[in-house]
Design a protein around this ligand. Structure first.
Ligand code: SAH
Length: 245
């Protein structure tokens, strides 16, 4: 799908809208935002809070520490954010979610955008997840204090893949995780630095040899560091191959 005139649309539901666009307002993503390649709408969940104090959270049923985001408040915020026929996936940032992958990022970037709910406190009332069809997404096995930074991670990963955001040369096809491999090592000038030289093959101008060397390096790194990745299979075979250096 090629996107020409309609921007990739992000809507963020948060208690801290001032955290956006934050770091995404600068550099590649900031330029793309200014150009209209993507759009960003933040909505404060508190606008749908209950009573004079606009309460959004309450104590956990069954007892225990902390507070829980109310399902009625969050549902009202979600309902106000988009039409019923909004085709965008609704993500809930959550350490319990499916870990974010480059594959999921690519599919999100190819779609119309995303609505992203940022949790706070102990999390959100379970019922709103099913009730509003939220896809729980985790950015890794550690706990953040809120979903905002996780949402920025998702947005950054998606936006850099939108057409025209990265230069042609960095189109991302050879990057880490593409093809289930980590990326090969990079070098640039100076040729010799503190007794460490750039590998000869990279200066030889033999493009086929360079491609082979890079592939072997990528496979070896993947086997060593990330045996869980799909590319690690081929990698373990080639470890004894010509790439030992
Ligand atoms: N009590 C929860 C953690 C709540 S952290 C638990 O143990 O699972 C508060 C909020 O931060 C979460 O609702 C979620 O929106 C966000 N968050 C924390 N860690 C995250 C992670 N690894 N990935 C995505 N979102 C995360």
């Amino acid at each position: 799908m090629t996107r020409t005139d309609t921007p990739w649309r992000a809507t963020i539901l948060t208690l801290y809208p001032e955290m956006f666009p934050g770091p995404l307002g600068i550099s590649l993503s900031g330029d793309a935002l200014a150009r209209g390649t993507w759009s960003l709408e933040t909505r404060n969940i508190r606008e749908h809070g209950i009573g004079r104090h606009r309460a959004v959270d309450d104590t956990p049923a069954g007892g225990g520490a902390g507070m829980v985001l109310r399902c009625d408040v969050l549902a009202a915020a979600i309902d106000a954010a988009g039409q019923a026929d909004d085709p965008r996936p609704r993500l809930l940032m959550s350490p319990r979610g499916r870990p974010l992958t480059q594959r999921r990022v690519r599919s999100l970037a190819e779609g119309p955008g995303a609505l992203i709910v940022c949790g706070r406190f102990e999390g959100v009332d379970e019922r709103v997840i099913a009730g509003r069809n939220l896809e729980e997404v985790s950015i890794g096995d550690y706990v953040l204090s809120g979903g905002e930074i996780a949402a920025l991670v998702v947005l950054d990963a998606c936006v850099r893949l939108l057409p025209g955001v990265m230069g042609k040369t960095e189109s991302g096809v050879e990057e880490s995780f593409e093809g289930g491999l980590l990326e090969y090592p990079h070098y640039t000038r100076p040729r010799d630095w503190e007794g460490r030289a750039i590998p000869d093959v990279l200066s030889g101008g033999n493009h086929a040899a360079i491609a082979r060397w890079r592939r072997a390096k990528a496979e070896r790194l993947t086997a060593e560091r990330r045996p869980d990745l799909p590319g690690a299979q081929a990698a373990s075979k080639s470890i004894t191959g010509p790439s030992r250096s």
